[in-house]
Design a protein around this ligand. Structure first.
Ligand code: GLN
Length: 386
């Protein structure tokens, strides 16, 4: 047998199914409701700030942990919104998107073989992140229309081998927003089993029907054992800028900063300045963002329901997990997604990409409504003609 030159850690995950669907959508001219990014412009104030930063010659490396102005803006916002005090000098790290943040955090806090609990359906990145950091994922399934966990199953997932639990709220792909009661149960188990909560709060400003975001770090006893991840991509419609951040107490921020430094050195300097300007000015921006997405949610929900899909109404984030059982399609989610892309001209993501077993997600596809009214209207028209 010739020697393999490929590392085994790369064999346990595939290419991103989400980005594969984007490529297929482009190939077939389908409306891309697969990958969660806006196809409409970012707000003028953030674009202007980026141009000004480049013209002001902020074009060299920023400080590795993030530009002082951006870290200050994040600290002030986190205090204003959630009452949390994070020291920008020691507890905030700016990363290349929440994606790098999660990778850097797992590399910094997980020993190979440690168990990390994840709720499923899960965001697809967590599987490769675990493989690359040596974490062993333990899954707890969110069930039923409301995507709720069974408290006994959650408890059974914890053991002395558990290092951390990943909590993504508002949740991609389910649209679930964890309630205070649910977060309290998770927090109690983290304390009982002495492990960390790693939260992915990238959709913190995209919630519906007046819901409020509750950061895990605000729960009693959780500041010390929570690593909070968020970023600017979704809030300011700048997914290509790659601006994320990590909030954690100094003892955790120190190793996270070391890993981040040697992974990427830092996020793009002029865009960090623009990000700072955006956060400083944004309190009046968030209500409009919510309203805009609430309208898009209604537009896509109506279209999907009228076309025969079964949909749980998302409480936050910008995805709908749609059950296509009633459409009577013969084939699984992957076949159905291909059918939609090639024959109907609308691209979703197959549901099984968010579950460990192919079976579990086989009657779901995920659609995003982070798209212009025109894109959503054209998709609705195509779905109606299915
Ligand atoms: N978070 C987005 C999604 O779930 C984008 C994923 C990606 O391509 N990084 O679709």
């Amino acid at each position: 047998m010739p020697r393999s030159h490929v590392a085994a850690r790369t064999s346990v995950f595939t290419e991103s199914v989400i980005r594969e669907m984007t490529r297929l959508a482009m190939l077939h001219g389908a409306m891309n409701l697969a990958q969660g990014y806006p196809d409409f412009p970012a707000p003028d104030f953030i674009k202007r700030a980026a141009v000004e930063a480049i013209n002001a010659d902020i074009n060299q490396y920023a400080i590795t942990w993030g530009s002082p102005r951006l870290r200050r803006a994040i600290a002030d916002k986190t205090k204003r919104f959630y009452g949390l005090d994070f020291d920008p000098d020691r507890e905030i790290t700016v990363t290349c998107g929440a994606t790098e943040a999660m990778m850097a955090v797992l590399l910094a806090v997980v020993e190979p073989g440690d168990e990390v609990i994840v709720f499923e359906p899960f965001y697809e990145n967590y599987v490769p992140d675990a493989a690359m950091s040596g974490a062993k994922l333990v899954f707890v399934t969110l069930k039923g229309a409301g995507f709720r966990f069974d408290p006994a199953e959650l408890r059974a997932a914890f053991s002395s081998k558990t290092r951390a639990i990943i909590v993504n709220t508002p949740n991609n792909p389910s649209g679930k927003v964890f309630t205070r009661d649910e977060l309290t149960q998770v927090a109690a188990l983290c304390q009982e089993f002495d492990c960390l909560a790693i939260t992915d709060e990238i959709y913190e400003h995209i919630l519906y029907d007046g819901r409020q975001h509750i950061p895990m770090a605000t729960l009693p006893g959780m500041y010390d054992r929570t690593v909070t991840i968020s970023g600017l991509s979704k809030t300011f419609s700048v997914t290509g800028w790659r601006l994320g951040y990590v909030l954690a107490p100094p003892v955790l921020s120190e190793p996270i900063r070391k890993v981040h430094d040697f992974l990427t050195v830092g996020a793009p300097a002029p865009l960090q300045e623009a990000g700072a300007v955006a956060i400083e000015q944004s309190d009046s921006y968030y209500p409009g963002l919510r309203k805009m997405y609430q309208e898009k949610r209604a537009q896509l929900l109506t279209a999907l329901r009228e076309s025969g899909f079964g949909c749980h109404v998302p409480e936050g984030a910008y995805y709908i997990m749609a059950d296509f059982t009633a459409l009577g399609f013969e084939g699984d989610d992957a076949a159905f997604a291909r059918h939609l892309i090639e024959k109907v001209g609308v691209a979703p993501v197959p549901g099984s990409s968010f579950y460990r077993s192919k079976e579990a997600g086989s009657h779901f596809v995920r659609f995003t409504f982070s798209k212009s009214q025109e894109t959503l209207a054209e998709a609705a028209k195509r779905l109606a003609g299915m």
